[in-house]
Design a protein around this ligand. Structure first.
Ligand code: IPM
Ligand code: MN
Length: 365
């Protein structure tokens, strides 16, 4: 198979983690007999600097032409003072809207080697394996009217039936591949839009009798997430609640620097780490490239339909962590962290070993 991948390295640590992940992507592609046509394009603050806007028509066109987009990170203090509609973040929102990426999958899984790295107790964190299914192109992020003046600031929270139906379906489909439980998170005790959300989710649920559905208010969900994260399988929620809960879920697992995401629509797919551009450590070759690599893993299983490639990569990441190799963000106190490029090399070696073993070992009957 042959695929076009559009790389958007972006700002801050984005380019460094992109470089590291592309090396892994190319290796996995070759090993899986996939041919990749990779092109790279500006986005976010670096695009503002070069072209005066965060998302150019050329970059958008390259994304339309590709089967998958791999995005590093966007934003930084340099561009924070810009007017709202010119900020680097606009590029991300613009891409999500233009490519119709309404489903955002954010898995939060604890790598066994990382159980002790969470700020929560190991016995609380151990075994966490959940998937946040966040609605990504609607809700208060995109509602009109919106604006602010000297006296008021306002946004609008609207969900339509088709918007809720399709994201609910996406969540139930995820649940079928997992432990068959969906927690739909809303604020139906206060918000009309949430009562509507709840009603539609229950209607869609009739098509998925194999999946259990529970409703949970968002304040309670935030509490349950840090009280007993293992109780969740799929968390289905609206755009803004998903933004907040996925950050909380990521910290449960020990490091924001480890978690990937996929943003999917009916035609396009964008993969990116959950972490941001980390301007404080940019350009120092110390950033953790694992979230970006894991995002490449999601690309292989989702866009290329090669789940075994993702499984092998996950195994390589876990084995590398278990061998004690850590970048600064996850290194235990008193240990020496490795750099971004060293982590790339360690993952590459481990991948090669695992694949060599897969090739030479007879299949177990
Ligand atoms: C995220 C980010 C974005 C969001 C910002 C940068 C627009 O926080 O992907 O979670 O709020 O969706
Ligand atoms: Mn966020």
């Amino acid at each position: 198979m042959r695929y076009k991948v559009a790389l958007l390295p972006g700002d801050g640590i984005g380019p460094e983690v992109t470089d590291a992940a592309v090396a892994i992507m190319e290796y996995l592609a070759e090993a899986s007999q996939v041919t990749l046509e990779i092109t790279s394009h500006p986005v976010g603050g670096s695009s503002i600097d070069a072209y005066g806007k965060p998302l150019t028509d050329e970059t958008l066109q390259a994304c339309y032409d590709a089967q998958a987009v791999l995005l590093g990170a966007i934003g930084g203090p340099k561009w924070e003072g810009l007017p709202h509609d010119q900020k680097p973040e606009r590029a991300l929102l613009g891409l999500r809207e233009a490519l119709g990426l309404y489903t955002n999958l954010r898995p939060a899984k604890v790598y066994p080697a990382m159980v002790a790295a969470s700020t929560l107790k190991p016995e609380c964190v151990s075994g966490t394996d959940l998937m946040v299914v966040r609605e990504l192109t609607g809700g208060i992020y995109f509602g009109d009217p919106r604006g602010y003046d000297e006296e008021r600031g306002w946004n609008t929270l609207v969900y339509t039936r088709p918007e809720v139906e399709r994201i609910a379906r996406a969540a139930f489909e995820q649940a079928l591949k997992r432990r068959r439980h969906v927690t739909s998170v809303d604020k139906a005790n206060v918000l009309e839009s949430s009562q509507f959300w709840r009603d539609v989710v229950h209607e869609v649920h009739r098509d998925y009798p194999q999946v259990t559905l529970e409703d949970m208010y968002v304040d309670n969900a935030a509490m349950q997430l840090i009280r007993q994260p293992t109780r969740f399988d799929v968390i289905l929620t609206q755009n803004m609640f998903g933004d907040i809960l996925s950050d909380a879920a990521s910290m449960v697992t020990g490091s924001l620097g480890m978690l990937p995401s996929a943003s999917l629509g009916d035609q396009y797919a964008l993969y990116e780490p959950v972490h941001g551009s980390a301007p404080d450590i940019a350009g120092q070759n110390v950033a953790n490239p694992l979230a970006m690599m894991a995002s490449v893993g999601m690309m292989f299983s989702t866009t290329f339909q090669l789940p075994e490639a993702e499984r092998t990569l996950t195994e390589a990441i876990d084995a590398t962590l278990a061998a004690g190799h850590r970048t600064a963000d996850i290194a235990a106190p008193g240990t020496t962290p490795i750099s971004t490029t060293e982590m790339r090399d360690r993952i590459m070696e481990t991948l090669q070993e695992i694949m060599e073993r897969q090739r030479t070992s007879a299949p177990i009957a």
